[in-house]
Structure formats: C-alpha cells, structure tokens
Design a protein around this ligand. Structure first.
Ligand code: WQD
Length: 336
C-alpha cells in the first residue's frame, strides 16, 4: 500500500483530498501546523472513512522538523497544500508569505531529493494567469506578473518545482485551481474560514446563517452580462479527486514531462449575481446583499478550459454549482 504525505491535510482542500486518498486505498500521513485548520477535522476524516491517518503537528518552516519527520516516515509521494492563502493578507505581510510558502516548499523538495522520494503534487492557482487575454483559460495562457505576494508565491513555487524536477530527476504536477467551494456529501468536513471570510461562498453562507449582516458584492460595473465578476466555482470533492488521478499518473509514469500543470475547474463561468440567485434557489434563503465598489486586485473573469485535464488526467468535474452551494449551506448550518 502506497503511503502519501499530505501537508496541510486538515485544511479545506487537504482534508477532502485525504478522504479521497483513504477511500482509494492509500495510506496517508498528514503534516499540519493548525494555523488555519482545526484538529477536530482529523476525527471527522476518521468518521467518514473509518480509517485514521497518522498526524504530525509540525511547522514546515523549521528545517529540522522536516528532516526529523522524514527520518521516521517513508513516503511514496507528497501532496503539498500547506501554505498561507489570503490574497489581501499577503499584501500586508509579504515576507511571512515568502517565508512560509516558499521556504517550506524548498525544504520539502530538498528532503525529496536527499531521500529519492518522487511524485509531488503541488497546490497552485489560476491566479497565476491574472486577467487572461482569452477565455476560457488554457494552460497555454501566459503567466502574468502576480497581482499579490500570494499569487507570486504560486508562480515562484511552480518555477522552483520545475527546476528541481529537471535537476534532481523528480516528477511533479501542479494543479491550478479555479475557485474551490462546497463541502463533502457527509457534511462532516467543509470550509472553516477563521475570522471574517475573504471568499465569496463562506460570506454568502454566513450571511444566510445570520452570522454576517449583509453580503457586499464588489462591483457591478464589470464588462459582463450582469456587471458582476465571473469565476469558475468547482466543487471541492471534484477538485480533491483531481489530485488522486494526478498522483496515479505519476505512479504509472504516464506524465509526458518531469513537470506538468493542469487547469482544474468546471469550464463554466458564473457571475457573483448568478451565484447569489442560485444559492437563493437551492436553499430557499433570501440573501441580504448590497452592491459596493470593486475590490482592488479583482479581475473581471476567469474560467477554465479543461480540455487538457479531461484528456490527460481522464478527469472531469462531476458536480454542479447548485450541488456545491447546497453542500456549503448544509455545512454552514452545522457550524452556526
Ligand atoms: C470571488 C468573486 C469577488 C467576496 C481568490 C484567490 C484564489 C483562490 C480563491 C486560494 C470575486 C466576489 C467576494 C465578497 C464579493 N484562493 N466577492 N463579495 O478572488 O476569485 O480568488 O480565492 O486558493 O487564488 O485569488 O475568490 O471568493 O474572494 O471572490 O463580491 O464578500 O466574488 O469580487 O468576483 P477570488 P473570492
């Protein structure tokens, strides 16, 4: 049985990926420093899968902690989620973002090289494209100068991984996520934003739950049908499954280059107002919102061309926006 290290494995996407790995017969060991996740998620993973992954509360910024981990754990592959991911916060604290997101990545790759560990899956983001010139966005779209330190850590991270793969005979796949939303069908794991949510869907569900008074829609003067910005909202379980097929591609040595990257979205764009209307329909909850000024740094539209992932990974998003929004609402109701 192959053993997979999942860093950030108690986080939103990480925990859903751990569930899929366990369900697929992998052994899993999680490293998480609990800076943006809760230890209760581990029990919830056990409840869903009846399997208990090993867990280490470690800080990947501490080189000696990583070395000690690998001295005591032999793994066959790594899925690396652990990173700070708040765009706005990254503008206020760029050095902490580079230290955490880049420093820990370099330490992990050094350990992989030193111990001949292959097969690395990297959590990247469509943010690397900025506002793409053409929609839907393919993997041929140029990577544009990052609009935030967070986005820059994803771009730099991909470059570091690529160079490490070619220099050290490693194999890696970066998955460029569009907008992950929703919760597991069991409603035992989901998104747990700490503090005021930065992302749209947790703010929507918290407004519907009465935790937030009103949703502010950032701008309705974009050049789109209804004036609000468009994104590609993908169910987190579909996204988790993309990690499993990517890992298997590397184990089966079907990758065509030592470093590959894929756009992981649904291929469909939805405006903020369309999301709000869909949420109201699937939940029968009227949402209190107002239109305010645009949020600085936001782009007009981003949605994926998923042809390459469909073909090379034999993967396609299965769940709809409505299913994702309903699961997010059901999860929110458990976390009032
Ligand atoms: C979506 C849309 C907002 C909140 C970011 C990162 C990306 C990834 C996902 C980490 C936009 C609008 C939002 C609100 C609103 N992060 N909005 N009111 O900015 O597309 O992507 O999060 O992996 O890397 O860049 O996601 O959910 O913040 O915004 O109107 O209260 O909702 O303007 O159009 P975004 P988001």
């Amino acid at each position: 049985m192959k053993k997979i290290l999942v860093t950030g494995g108690l986080g939103f996407i990480g925990s859903h990926t751990v569930v899929e790995l366990l369900n697929d017969g992998y052994e899993v060991v999680i490293i998480d420093n609990l800076s943006n996740s809760k230890i209760e998620v581990l029990n919830n993973i056990v409840e869903i899968t009846s399997k208990k992954p090993d867990f280490y509360q470690l800080d990947l910024r501490v080189k000696s902690e990583i070395k000690n981990f690998f001295d005591n754990n032999k793994v066959d592959g790594i899925i690396h989620f652990a990173a700070f991911k708040a765009v706005g916060e990254s503008v206020e604290k760029p050095l902490e973002y580079y230290e955490n997101n880049i420093g820990s990545l370099v330490y992990l790759l050094q350990e992989m090289r030193n111990r001949n560990i292959d097969n690395f899956i990297f959590s990247s983001s469509c943010t690397v494209y900025g506002q793409a010139d053409e929609l839907p966005i393919t993997e041929n779209a140029p990577v544009k100068p990052a609009e935030s330190p967070y986005g820059n850590t994803k771009q730099i991270g991909e470059e570091i991984i690529k160079e490490a793969c070619y220099a050290n005979n490693l194999n890696a796949i970066a998955l460029r996520y569009f907008n992950p939303i929703g919760a597991h069908d069991s409603i035992k794991i989901g998104e747990l934003p700490l503090g005021v949510p930065q992302n749209l869907i947790p703010f929507v569900t918290q407004t519907a739950a009465g935790i937030r008074e009103q949703l502010s829609i950032f701008g309705n003067d974009y050049p789109t049908a209804d004036g609000t910005a468009i994104r590609d909202y993908i169910h987190v379980v579909d996204l988790a499954k993309a990690h499993i097929v990517s890992l298997q591609r590397l184990f089966d040595k079907k990758n065509k280059h030592p470093f590959e990257f894929f756009n992981i979205g649904t291929g469909t764009g939805s405006s903020v107002l369309e999301v709000v209307k869909s949420f109201e329909q699937v939940t029968s909850q009227k949402l209190n919102y107002k239109i305010v000024d645009r949020r600085s740094g936001d782009i007009t539209a981003a949605y994926a061309d998923t042809t390459l992932a469909n073909k090379e990974l034999n993967w396609k998003a299965q769940k709809t926006l409505d299913q994702a929004l309903l699961s997010a609402w059901l999860w929110q109701q458990k976390n009032i």
